[in-house]
Write a new protein. Structure first.
Length: 446
């Protein structure tokens, strides 16, 4: 111990201690930078390649189930001879939902909420399809029991399946938000060690200058350069990564969430519109002092959510929000097209309801699903046509925003490429240079 104290009071002893501290600081800076940037790069990769795709799959499950329900009611209204196009749409939706549920089950992991939702949907889906097949079989025979089966299937979808799908969607969105939260924070600990290492290297060079009158020590200058490059790379890389991730969330994820909600609302509105004609007033609810058709009330509620205002008036709805979030013309145009077709849809719906209320059920049916034959089939407008246009426009908007998300998220992930390894290499080189620089001074005492 005495020998150590004596050595520390000599210049060579102090130089050895300074060299050890400098090397340790630079290596610690490199190690912490590698650790923190690796963690953030992994989180950014999960955002791009795991959590967002899983969130998108959960939304696809929700949309597919809602669309299958809409297709089933549309086919039922067409009568015993269900159009092949509608039946194929229903089959495609069920197949897509089954496929995405399998993917969700494989990726649920330790998330009990997601696993529970997937398990419930896997149990309910065959029950729902069985009810639809019974409704179809009875409808082909012209039996009124088919309508009861269809309403029961719709209740299963609306009260059990869609809530479970929504729960899954929210769980996957929560996972996505968690990955964003892991990827975006600045690596303050690494930055602090980088600043400390540069300050210590600067102090060591100043001390060397005051004792030797030499402006530069090659080893210490090299160590300072390596540490400075690593720190600047860390700051610039993470700033660009954070910018890309913020852009992917603000201009991508937010728009995708709103557009998914809008598309689901349009699907629910269409399904309820169809069921208004299937039930023919068999199910009613009290609205204030009036008694109204249960499914028409549900239709009005979804249209209000979609387009805003009571009964779907303009402004304040999901489409208005989506238009505000769109950051370019390619994103705005399909949303504007959807809004225009929603307005048309509402007008046609009013006409259909007027026909039904006047006792013209066939006229109302033609106004909702289109005339089946004759000249009217080619010229008469229908709410089904308006709905298809809305759905196509929203699908186009979703495709565009997903592309925007992937581009920005890829830029964010790419900004950190090579940083963990580069920081480690620079730290080793910097520590070695600091030791060599101090060693040059020590050699003068031999």
């Amino acid at each position: 111990m005495d020998r150590l104290r004596a050595a520390a009071t000599t210049e060579p002893g102090r130089l050895r201690a300074i060299g050890a501290v400098l090397a340790a600081l630079v290596l610690a800076f490199g190690a912490i930078t590698t650790w923190q940037t690796t963690s953030r790069a992994d989180a950014a990769d999960r955002v791009l390649n795991r959590s967002q795709p899983l969130s998108n799959d959960a939304a696809a499950i929700y949309r597919s189930l809602a669309d299958a329900n809409t297709a089933a009611s549309s086919g039922f209204l067409a009568g015993g001879q269900e159009p092949a196009k509608v039946r194929e749409r229903y089959r495609r939706d069920i197949d897509r939902a089954s496929e995405k549920l399998a993917t969700a089950a494989a990726n649920a992991g330790s998330d009990s909420s997601s696993a529970t939702s997937v398990s419930e949907l896997n149990k309910l889906l065959p029950q729902y399809t069985a009810l639809i097949e019974r409704a179809r079989a009875n409808n082909r025979q012209g039996l009124p029991l088919g309508g009861a089966y269809l309403r029961y299937a719709n209740d299963t979808m609306q009260t059990q399946m869609l809530p479970a799908a929504e729960k899954l969607y929210k769980a996957e969105n929560k996972r996505l938000n968690g990955d964003y939260a892991d990827a975006k924070p600045y690596p303050w600990l690494a930055i602090a060690f980088g600043v400390a290492a540069l300050a210590a290297l600067g102090w060591a060079q100043r001390r060397n200058y005051r004792r030797t009158n030499r402006v530069f020590n090659t080893g210490l200058v090299a160590a300072t350069t390596a540490a400075a490059v690593a720190l600047l790379w860390l700051l610039a890389g993470h700033t660009f990564a954070r910018s890309g991730l913020n852009e992917s969330y603000e201009d991508g994820v937010k728009s995708l969430n709103v557009l998914n909600d809008a598309r689901i609302s349009s699907l629910k509105a269409r399904s309820n519109e169809n069921l208004t004609l299937v039930s023919r007033g068999a199910e009613t609810v009290a609205v204030g002092s009036a008694t109204k058709d249960k499914f028409d009330v549900a239709y009005q509620r979804q249209m209000a959510r979609l387009a805003g205002g009571e009964g779907g008036g303009n402004g304040g709805g999901l489409l208005d929000e989506a238009a505000k979030l769109a950051d370019d013309e390619s994103g705005e145009r399909p949303v504007e097209t959807a809004a225009k077709n929603v307005t048309e849809w509402k007008d046609r719906h009013k006409s259909a309801r007027a026909s039904d209320d006047a006792g013209d059920y066939e006229g109302a049916l033609d106004a909702v699903i289109g005339a089946k034959s004759g000249e009217a089939a080619a010229t008469a407008p229908s709410t089904g046509e308006s709905f298809d246009n809305v759905d196509a426009a929203l699908d186009l908007a979703l495709t565009h925003e997903l592309r925007e998300f992937r581009s920005a998220a890829q830029d964010g992930k790419g900004a950190m490429a090579g940083l963990p390894v580069g920081a480690a290499v620079l730290a080793v080189l910097g520590a070695a240079a600091a030791v060599i620089g101090i060693g040059r001074r020590l050699s003068e005492y031999r």
